[in-house]
Design a protein around this ligand. Structure first.
Ligand SMILES: Nc1ncnc2c1ncn2[C@@H]1O[C@H](COP(=O)(O)OP(=O)(O)OP(=O)(O)O)[C@@H](O)[C@H]1O
Length: 235
C-alpha cells in the first residue's frame, strides 16, 4: 500500500458569522497517498476548497488535526506554515494570478528566486509545453496557456504536493484537457502528489482516487481501477 502523505483526524472548520455558524468542514477523517492524483468532487459549498486550503497551510482548522508525513500542521506557528508552503506546496487556482507586467519566464522566476531547490524557469515552461512562449506576456496568451504558466510556476520549486482548485474551471473542453494532460504528466514524471478540485464529474475518471464531499463531510471514497487519459475526457 502506498505511503500516507496527508492524514486528517476530525478536521472541522466553523465560520461564525454572528447569527449562524457555518460548518464548512464537519469532522473530516482522510488519508491521501504519496504519488497519487486525487480528485475532490462535490456540490458548491461542500467544503472542498476549505480542505485544500488547510492541507496547503493557507488556512487553520477550527478543530481536529492534520499531518503532512510525520509533521503535524495543526498548531504549527505561522512562520512554520509559511516555510512548509514555500518548500513543499505548489498551488494552481481557477484564475491564473499571473503578474501582467511580467513575461511567462519572469512569472516563474518569481518563485524560483526564493525556493531552496528550484528547476530553471525555462525547464518548468518546457515541461508544460511553453518552451516557445517564454518571453510572452500573459495578455499575449490564451487562458489555457496562462494556466500552464501558472502550473510551471507551481512546479518549478519541485513541490512534493500540487494543490489545484478548479484548474479547468475557466477553460473550454479542449484547452481544459491540455491542462489536465500537463497535470497527469507532472504526477507521473515526478511522482508529485496531486489534488484536483473540480465540479466536473468527468475529470474523476483520470484520478487514482476520488473523494466525494457533501455538507462538509466525506460521502464516499472511490479508487479507480481503470483510469483513463485526459484525452479521452470531454465536456
Ligand atoms: N470566509 C468565509 N466566511 C463564511 N463562510 C465561509 C467562508 N469561506 C467559506 N465559507 C462557507 O463554507 C462552506 C464551504 O465552502 P468551500 O469554499 O470550502 O466549498 P466548496 O465545496 O469549495 O465550494 P465551491 O465548489 O463553490 O468552491 C460554504 O458554505 C461557504 O459559504
Amino acid at each position: 500500500m502506498a505511503d500516507v502523505i496527508f492524514r486528517t483526524e476530525g478536521i472541522t472548520k466553523v465560520y461564525d458569522t454572528g447569527e449562524v455558524k457555518v460548518y464548512a468542514l464537519d469532522g473530516v477523517d482522510l488519508e491521501l497517498y504519496k504519488g497519487e492524483l486525487t480528485v475532490l468532487l462535490g456540490p458548491s459549498g461542500s467544503g472542498k476548497s476549505t480542505l485544500l486550503n488547510i492541507l496547503g497551510g493557507l488556512d487553520h482548522a477550527t478543530d481536529g488535526r492534520v499531518w503532512f508525513g510525520d509533521t503535524e500542521l495543526t498548531d504549527m506557528p505561522d512562520r512554520g506554515l509559511t516555510r512548509y508552503r514555500r518548500d513543499h506546496v505548489g498551488f494552481v487556482f481557477q484564475f491564473y494570478n499571473l503578474v501582467p507586467s511580467l513575461t511567462a519566464r519572469e512569472n516563474v522566476q518569481l518563485v524560483t528566486d526564493v525556493s531552496p531547490d528550484p528547476m530553471p524557469a525555462e525547464e518548468a515552461l518546457e515541461l508544460v509545453g511553453l518552451g516557445k512562449r517564454m518571453d510572452h506576456f500573459p495578455s499575449e496568451m490564451s487562458g489555457g496557456e496562462q494556466q500552464r504558466v501558472a502550473i510551471a510556476r507551481a512546479i518549478a520549486k519541485r513541490p512534493k504536493i500540487l494543490l489545484c482548485d478548479e484548474p479547468t474551471g475557466a477553460l473550454d473542453s479542449t484547452t481544459g484537457v491540455q491542462v489536465l494532460e500537463v497535470l497527469r504528466d507532472i504526477n507521473e514524471r515526478f511522482g508529485t502528489t496531486t489534488v484536483v478540485i473540480t465540479h466536473n464529474a468527468e475529470i474523476q475518471r483520470m484520478a487514482h482516487r476520488v473523494i466525494f464531499f457533501q455538507d462538509g463531510k466525506i460521502n464516499e471514497v472511490k479508487v479507480n481501477k481503470n483510469r483513463i487519459a485526459p484525452s479521452e475526457i470531454a465536456w
